[in-house]
Design a binder for this molecule. Structure first.
Ligand code: ZN
Length: 466
């Protein structure tokens, strides 16, 4: 089946039934292999996150939001490629009521169980073929509570919504293949009452008044993991500028304006520093979204344009900016490997402080080493051995995680250390990588056996004895 076209002659239900009896039976029909895609990718923490049998190339999201009734009227168009002969496939979805689902322009059957939206097209989708899914849905999107008690997803604010998705909130507002390994490009078209702004990732294509509403169009042309998407709505003042060849949009809630001005003004200098250390900034756009959403309690490295729940300090701005290299461009291959995001971004915070004439990374390391072993939140779990999803964003992942990198730098020296960092960001740009790949790269660049260093800092429970 090399045509890349759909096998219209075979109703999916028949194919699904055929696949049940196919094993061991006569392999007379190639179509007997049509089967439903997996309902998850088997992540150790979120086994149902992501789906099997296809990959998304592009999301085109049309959202119409009225904060008064908190109603979202939406249409998601998803361009995907089948990677197996599919009789049915899932999208991850935790949103409001589905109105219709079409596959390649024809109505498809669908059902919901848990976070899965199960779609059965009227004909099978052959491996290698491209297909288009259009999902219409409307109602009140909701936030979700994570295993660590944090909230995410479509989080309502007093003037709109603070929209974040790490690790599993994006399906609250659009159906997606919600796993960091399936990156795609995005187009957003967001309609809001005209007194409000709507801020998403990437480039601002258009803002246009239409009656009592305004329409905001954004486009993210670099591959993006679904958890890094945002469509944040509220009252914002926008500052558009260019620096270093980048399009910058900084959107700030007027209530947070004064306090955020200083730290945000450092973004160009931070970008220059990180480029000199880690390699080129990976995207064409930059900026920030500073909202007033105090109940959230954290910031997120939404791609190209990090989002803050309040006016951030300089360390937080440096942290979220560093995530553009570590997390957004080079993304984790599975959620337990979160050290590759949080340890690296925290070390970068320390490095920015050093650059500014503050405490050096070596002193930050010594300072933390003075923290007693019984202050266990800094030491456990070990950052390379996060035991369960409630510990994904534990202090130890950030702080001991940054110490692990600093211990590496001190051991192998600046030259090998920064060569490792640059090879990392270049070798895995817009992709995914694992802790094992990082430690192997550090060994290759330094020519040293680093097993015991990484075991000490990443894997052994309790405060490292050094
Ligand atoms: Zn972080």
């Amino acid at each position: 089946m090399v045509t890349g076209r759909r096998a219209r002659a075979w109703p999916a239900a028949l194919l699904a039934a055929a696949s049940l009896t196919a094993a061991g039976a006569a392999p007379a029909l190639a179509s007997a292999q049509f089967a439903p895609g997996a309902d998850g990718l088997g992540d150790p923490f979120f086994p149902h996150a992501g789906n099997g049998g296809y990959e998304v190339a592009h999301y085109d999201l049309r959202l119409d939001y009225r904060p008064d009734g908190a109603r979202l009227e939406a249409r998601a168009r998803i361009d995907a490629n089948a990677t197996q002969d599919l009789s049915a496939f899932d999208l991850d979805y935790r949103g409001p009521r589905i109105r219709s689902v079409r596959v390649d322009g024809r109505r498809a059957a669908y059902g919901r169980t848990g976070q899965e939206l199960v779609i059965t097209p009227d004909a099978g989708l052959p491996a290698g073929s491209r297909f288009e899914v259009v999902v219409r849905y409307s109602g009140r999107p909701r936030q979700i509570v994570d295993p660590d008690g944090g909230i995410e997803g479509w989080v309502r604010t007093d003037d709109g919504a603070f929209v974040v998705g790490e690790p599993q909130g994006s399906p609250t507002w659009f159906p997606c293949n919600d796993y960091p390994t399936d990156k795609a490009t995005y187009a957003f078209r967001i309609t809001v009452p005209r007194r409000l702004e709507a801020i998403a990732n990437g480039s601002l294509i258009e803002r246009r008044r239409r009656g009592r509403t305004s329409v905001w169009r954004w486009r993210e042309r670099s591959p993006m993991a679904s958890y890094l998407a945002t469509a944040t709505i509220g009252q914002f003042r926008l500052e558009r500028s260019r620096f270093g060849g980048l399009e910058s949009v900084v959107a700030v809630d007027p209530r947070e304006r004064k306090a955020s001005r200083g730290p945000l003004s450092k973004i160009p200098a931070m970008t220059r520093l990180f480029e000199s250390l880690f390699g080129p900034y990976p995207f064409d756009e930059t900026g920030a979204i500073v909202d007033h959403a105090p109940k959230v309690g954290y910031a997120l490295e939404t791609q190209t344009r990090p989002i803050y729940d309040r006016a951030p300090g300089q360390p937080t701005v440096a942290h979220e900016l560093a995530h553009q290299w570590f997390g957004d461009s080079v993304s984790v291959a599975s959620w337990p490997e979160i050290w590759l995001n949080e340890g690296f971004a925290t070390w970068a915070e320390w490095r920015w402080a050093e650059h500014r004439g503050g405490r050096s990374t070596a002193r930050a390391f010594r300072h933390m080493l003075a923290v007693p072993a019984d202050q266990d939140r800094y030491w456990d779990p070990p950052p390379g051995a996060v035991p369960d999803p409630s510990k994904l964003f534990a202090d130890s992942v950030y702080v001991r995680g940054a110490m692990a990198l600093e211990a590496l730098r001190q051991r192998i020296g600046d030259d090998a250390f920064y060569a490792t960092m640059r090879d990392w960001t270049q070798g895995h740009a817009y992709g995914n990588a694992s802790i094992e790949q990082f430690t192997a790269l550090a060994e290759a660049r330094s020519g040293q056996d680093l097993d015991s260093l990484f075991a000490t800092w990443l894997d052994q429970p309790g405060k490292p004895a050094v």
